[in-house]
Design a protein around this ligand. Structure first.
Ligand code: DON
Length: 339
């Protein structure tokens, strides 16, 4: 479909958060409200993740002016897992641009689980989008670097710049997944068979597995999200990480695919781009306003943190973040009142 409208300036999404003290108390309220919600199941297909404490719960909002609001187990580190896909996607968008990501990786939802093999078969070997495992592995393969080690260094420094602090790998999580990720290796081999990966597929899966094992806190996720909300500048460090256009493209991909086959429901309830990880992390982005980071290990059937989604849906409502929500324009409303 050709949707090119030529050289037309893009208008910005506008509006702002409520006052500091109100955001502060609403973040605490989100934590209080869902603290004893025990729905969902902790992931166990990566053996070590089954040991996670289901009670842990953290909520964080990082504003684009650099202010950070926190509640709950904010100091607890967990593996970033699939949330890394969003930020590696941004780094690859930065390197190659809009068209290459759209054409080589894709931007459309599979309607199937994040680790689906059949989705690859049904789409002629196309990886479909950077948020499912096939597309994420194909995206990691595009990371700049002449060797897997160089690609890895670029991922660590890129994701650390998003977080505003040096991120490190959880070796236990990395080992546990590397020992049991036959499915991801099969996905990479399948992509290779369709000519969709030019590098050694197993070396790419190894880098991908490491990126998923990077340790973060809910605060890190909020700051990473706030960087995407802030046109690519980390609001805490002031460092430009990616361009504003890359943020726009990454957020569109997240809106369509961030919660996999449940992305429609996610958008319907929350109205913001977001991304989940199987260790229980969740990042959500309110463009021009804030990043939201949550952590709670129990997941729904699609692999998305249950309490994280509920706390985020609550914050989206009370903070007025849903990008689809509008009020009648004053003039139009006045005309209607006069009629
Ligand atoms: O590749 C995997 O299966 C994991 N390292 C990441 C999956 C994941 O986080 C799915 N998200 N909710």
């Amino acid at each position: 479909m050709d949707v090119d409208v030529g050289d037309v300036a893009q208008a910005a999404y506008t509006g702002h958060l409520p006052e500091w003290s109100e955001v502060e108390s609403l973040v605490e309220a989100a934590h209080r409200r869902f603290k004893s919600d025990a729905d969902g199941t902790v992931a166990d297909y990566i053996p070590v993740l089954a040991q996670a404490d289901p009670e842990l719960f953290a909520v964080c909002v990082a504003e684009v002016d650099g202010g950070v609001h926190t509640a709950g187990d904010i100091q607890v580190e967990f593996s970033i897992q699939s949330i890394s896909k969003a930020f590696v996607c941004a780094l690859v968008c930065q390197e190659y641009g809009h068209e290459v990501v759209r054409d080589r990786i894709g931007v459309n939802n599979t309607g199937l689980a994040f680790n689906s093999v059949i989705a690859i078969e049904l789409n002629d070997g196309h990886p479909m989008n950077p948020m499912v495992n096939a597309g994420a592995i194909a995206t990691t393969a595009l990371m700049p670097g002449a060797t897997p080690d160089e690609q890895w260094d670029n991922i660590v420094s890129g994701l650390s710049a998003f977080a505003g602090r040096p991120l490190t790998v959880d070796d236990t999580v990395y080992r546990s997944e590397a020992d049991t990720n036959q499915r991801n290796r099969a996905i990479a081999r399948l992509l290779e068979s369709y000519g969709r990966i030019e590098l050694d597929p197993l070396a790419v899966v190894d880098v991908y597995t490491r990126q998923c094992a990077l340790r973060v806190t809910a605060r890190d996720l909020a700051v990473m999200g706030a960087t995407l909300a802030d046109g690519g500048v980390n609001p805490v460090t002031g460092q430009r990480v990616v361009s504003a256009g890359v943020c726009r493209d990454t957020l569109a991909i997240l809106a369509a695919n961030g919660a996999y086959e449940r992305s429609g429901e996610w958008l319907f309830e929350i109205g913001l781009p977001g991304k989940s990880g199987v260790a229980g992390g969740l990042v959500t982005v309110a463009p021009g306003k804030a990043g939201i980071g949550t952590f709670s290990p129990p997941l729904d059937a699609a692999g998305n943190s249950v309490r994280g989604q509920r706390a985020t849906a609550y914050l989206s409502r009370v903070l007025g973040l849903n990008i689809f929500a509008s009020h009648a324009h004053t003039l139009a409303a006045q005309r209607k009142d006069r009629a």
